[in-house]
Ligand binder design. Structure first.
Ligand SMILES: [Zn+2]
Length: 267
């Protein structure tokens, strides 16, 4: 185990990140992760990758074992995670192909195992700022360097899926000032926080959500094919961003509070 390794969780298209790679089978106290974990090196740094939905996209968002995925990363010594998310946009300024670094989430999922502390240890971590601000700054500098269009802040609404939301639901979501919609943005971030791991969402807008009565938003509903297509078009840019971020992460001298998340949180 190498402490301080870097983890990536995202779509299976990110397999292309490594030229040298091997697979590690790992089981955790919370079950098996979505697939064997791919290990590779980027600029002499050990990087672990989990395809969130499995190698063949066989695990829908509400069935992902988020606890096992984060625990596997933790057990392997990962202390910083870059997670990619496909996002539907509720904000007219956030267009397909744009990158989004969410700083807040609103959770509308249910039934997902979202804590490592189900008793007897009772723990209340802070999620006022649920994503690692150090990694958010880090990744925004990378976007600046590449000149990619991105949004430094956004509120990510996380829905249960696997269906897309209705026009009426999206009207409410937009009135509640959410910017983007995800099906997988929760509970990874809070599980990582409970384990003291820095976690950032590298989001890509894949479609515009239909909002009831809106002239701004499109009339045709989002489709899975549209989401996959936009994500695939952007995947080379995502790979470039992740490669540069991982390569240069030491230079950013990350010293943040995520590792102290349990301090004062236990009853
Ligand atoms: Zn952090």
């Amino acid at each position: 185990m190498q402490k301080g390794a870097i983890g990536i969780i995202g779509g299976s298209g990110l397999y292309r990140m490594f030229t040298n790679r091997e697979l590690v089978n790992i089981n955790t106290s919370y079950g098996e992760p979505s697939s064997p974990i791919q290990v590779g090196t980027v600029a002499d740094k050990k990087v672990y990758f989990i395809p969130r939905h499995g190698i063949n996209h066989e695990i829908p968002p509400h069935k992902v074992n988020y606890r096992a995925n984060i625990q596997a990363m933790y057990d392997l010594g990962v202390r910083q995670i870059f997670a990619t998310h496909a996002l539907g946009s509720l904000n007219p300024s956030m267009k397909p192909g744009d990158f989004v670094i969410s700083d807040q989430f609103v959770n509308k999922t249910w039934g997902r195992e979202d804590t490592y502390f189900n008793g007897p240890d009772t723990v209340h971590i802070s999620t006022s700022d649920p994503f690692c601000n150090c990694l958010r700054n880090n990744i925004s500098k990378v976007f600046d360097r590449f000149g990619f269009k991105y949004h430094k802040k956004a509120t990510m609404l996380v829905i249960q899926g696997p269906r897309f939301s209705t026009r009426a639901e999206n009207l409410i979501f937009s009135q509640e000032r959410n910017d983007v919609i995800s099906m997988t943005g929760y509970p990874e971030a809070v599980l990582a926080r409970e384990r003291g791991i820095c976690y950032v969402s590298v989001g890509i807008v894949t479609d515009i959500a239909c909002v009831l009565g809106s002239k701004v938003h499109p009339q045709h509903p989002s489709s899975h094919a549209e989401v996959v297509n936009t994500f695939e078009v952007s995947v080379e840019n995502i790979l470039s961003v992740l490669d540069y971020a991982v390569t240069n992460i030491d230079k950013q001298k990350i010293h943040c509070e995520c590792i102290q998340s349990l301090k004062g949180a236990k009853c």
